[in-house]
Ligand binder design. Structure first.
Ligand code: NAI
Length: 454
C-alpha cells in the first residue's frame, strides 16, 4: 500500500504531525519501535514532572513550620510516587492512541529503515514488509550521550550508572547519588532525590550549572540547592567510574566520590544512526538532520522534526516542527522562528527563560537596557515564599525599546513565561506594554514592575 506520508518516530514531533496530517485527510503511516509518546511522555518531561510535584509537596511538608503548619509524621513513599507516575504516563499515552485512531493514522509498532526511492516513492522496510510513501518525516528523537570514560559502559550494564530512562523507574531512593552533568536533567533529578533524602553530588565540567541560563539566575539556583544540601563540584571532570566510586579531577587534583547510584546526564544526541538516511542522500551534520526553517531536508519530500534535527532539544520545539512540516506538506506557508522559545527547569524554585540573555545579546552586538526585579516585589510571592530570593530580569532593545528577553527564577515562572514569549514574538515595546493590565496579586506583575524601571 502506498501512503501520502510515512512518519518514523512516535514522540511529540511524530505523533502530533501524524494527528494533524491524518485529520487533514492525508493517508498516514506512523512507525514507533518502542512506546508512543517517545522520551517526553515515557521517560522525560511528564514522568519527571510527576516526581518533582511529589518532591514539592514533601518540601512544603518538611518546611511548613514557617507557614504555621507542623507535620511531624510525614512519610514519603517513593514506591507510591513511581506508581502514580506510571498511571499518569498510561493515561497520556492512551490519549495519544485514541487521537491517532480518530485521525485515521495507521500505527506500526516496529523499527523502520529507509531502503531507498523508486518511481513510486520512498521505500521503508520494517521486519519483512516494505511500505511506500510520497513523503517522509523523520522524527526519531535523541539518545543520551555516553562518553568514553573508563568504567562507564560497565557501570551502565551493571545498573550502577543510570540514564534519564532508568532513574525514573528506580525502586528506592539511593542513600547517595552522584549526578554527572549539571544541566537540565541533572538539576531536576538532583531536586527530586535531594528532597527524597539522597546525599546528592553534582559533578559539572563547566564553572556554572544550568548551561546557557542567565548567569545571575543559575547562581541563585546553585545557592538554593547548596543550602538544601546538594554538593556541587564545578569545573570538575569525571575521569573514571569504579566500584561504588566516581573518580574526578579539578585543576589537576584528583578525588573520588562514593555513590550508591550514578546518573549520567551530560546531554543527548540525535538518534539517526542505522536509519538508512544515506540510502536517499539526506544531509547530516554531526549526526543531526539538516533542515531549513520549513523543516525540509535537502531531499525534496523528506522532512525532519524534533530532537533528530539537533535544534533546541525541547518537546515544544518538536511540536512546532510538526505543525510546520504538516502545513508545508499541505501547501500552507509556515516556518519556525527560534527567537522566542521558552525554556524551563522544573526545580524548586523553578527557572524559566525566553529570548536573549545578556551574554547572547552582547555576542550579537545588540545594545540593551535591563531591569532586574526581586520577586519579593510581588505580594503574592512574598505571601507564598518565606525567605524566597527569586528575581525577574527583563531585557529591552535600547533602540527600538521592544522586549528581547525575560529570565525568571521563582515558582510560577514556568506558567508566566509564555506571556513573555508573546511579548518578544509580537515585538511589543515598553510603552505599549505599560498600558497592559496584569492581574493582582500575581507573581507575573513583576514583569510590569520591571518595565516601569526602564
Ligand atoms: P544538558 O545539555 O542540559 O546538560 C549537560 C551538562 O553536562 C552540561 O552542563 C555540560 O557542561 C555537562 N557535561 C558534559 N560532559 C561532562 C562531563 N564529562 N563531566 C561533567 N559534566 C559534563 O543535557 P541534559 O541535562 O542531559 O539534558 C538533555 C536534553 O534534554 C537537553 O537538551 C534538555 O534541553 C532536554 N531536557 C529538557 C528539560 C526541560 O525542558 N525541562 C528536562 C530534561 C531534559
Amino acid at each position: 500500500m502506498k501512503y501520502d506520508l510515512i512518519i518514523i518516530g512516535g514522540g511529540p514531533a511524530g505523533y502530533l504531525a501524524a494527528e494533524r496530517a491524518g485529520s487533514a485527510g492525508l493517508n498516514v503511516l506512523l512507525f514507533e519501535k518502542s512506546h508512543l509518546g517517545g522520551v517526553c511522555l515515557n521517560e522525560g518531561c511528564i514522568p519527571s514532572k510527576t516526581l518533582l510535584h511529589s518532591a514539592k509537596i514533601l518540601d512544603y511538608s518538611k518546611f511548613g513550620e514557617k507557614y504555621g503548619v507542623v507535620n511531624e509524621n510525614t512519610v514519603f513513599s517513593h514506591e507510591t510516587v513511581i506508581k502514580r507516575k506510571n498511571k499518569v504516563v498510561k493515561t497520556l499515552t492512551a490519549g495519544i492512541n485514541a487521537q491517532l485512531k480518530k485521525s485515521k493514522v495507521q500505527v506500526v509498532e516496529d523499527t523502520a529503515r529507509i531502503m531507498g526511492k523508486d518511481r513510486d516513492g520512498f521505500i521503508i522496510g520494517a521486519g519483512s514488509d516494505t511500505y511506500t510513501a510520497d513523503r517522509l518525516l523523520i522524527a526519531t528523537g535523541s539518545v543520551p550521550v555516553v562518553p568514553p570514560i573508563p568504567g562507564l559502559s560497565e557501570g551502565l550494564s551493571k545498573g550502577f550508572v543510570l540514564t534519564n530512562k532508568e532513574i525514573l523507574d528506580i525502586e528506592n531512593i539511593p542513600e547517595s547519588l552522584v549526578i554527572i552533568g549539571g544541566g537540565v536533567i541533572g538539576l531536576e533529578m538532583a531536586s527530586y532525590f535531594n528532597s527524597g533524602g539522597s546525599k546528592v553530588t553534582v559533578i559539572e565540567m563547566l564553572d556554572h550549572i544550568a548551561g546557557n541560563t542567565d548567569r545571575e539566575i543559575s547562581e541563585i539556583l546553585l545557592k538554593n540547592y547548596t543550602k538544601k544540601g546538594v554538593d556541587f563540584k564545578l569545573g570538575c571532570k569525571v575521569t573514571e567510574i569504579g566500584d561504588g566510586l566516581v573518580y574526578c579531577e579539578k585543576d589537576g587534583q584528583k578525588a573520588a566520590v562514593e555513590a550508591k547510584k550514578v546518573l549520567l546526564s551530560i546531554g543527548r544526541k540525535p538518534s539517526t544512526a542505522g536509519l538508512g538516511l544515506e540510502n536517499i542522500g539526506v544531509e547530516l551534520n554531526r549526526g543531526c538532520i539538516v533542515i531549513d526553517d520549513c523543516c525540509r531536508t535537502n531531499i525534496p519530500g523528506v522532512y525532519a522534526a524534533g530532537d533528530a534535527t539537533g535544534k533546541l532539544m525541547l518537546a515544544h520545539v518538536a511540536y512546532r516542527h510538526a505543525e510546520v512540516c504538516v502545513n508545508n506538506i499541505l501547501g500552507k506557508k509556515d516556518h519556525v522562528r527560534y527567537n522566542a522559545i521558552p525554556s524551563v527547569i522544573y526545580t524548586n524554585p523553578e527557572v524559566a527563560c525566553v529570548g536573549e540573555t545578556e551574554e547572547s545579546a552582547k555576542n550579537k552586538g545588540i545594545e540593551y537596557l535591563k531591569a532586574t526585579v526581586p520577586l519579593r516585589f510581588s505580594g503574592r510571592y512574598l505571601a507564598e515564599n518565606e525567605g524566597g530570593d527569586g528575581i525577574c530580569k527583563v531585557l529591552v532593545n535600547s533602540t527600538h525599546r521592544n522586549i528581547i528577553g525575560v529570565h525568571m527564577i521563582g515558582n510560577y515562572s514556568s506558567e508566566i513565561i509564555y506571556g513573555a514569549g508573546l511579548m518578544i514574538e509580537a515585538e511589543l515595546r515598553i510603552d505599549e506594554l505599560k498600558e497592559l493590565v496584569f492581574p493582582h496579586p500575581t507573581v507575573c506583575e513583576v514583569i510590569r514592575e520591571a518595565l516601569f524601571m526602564m
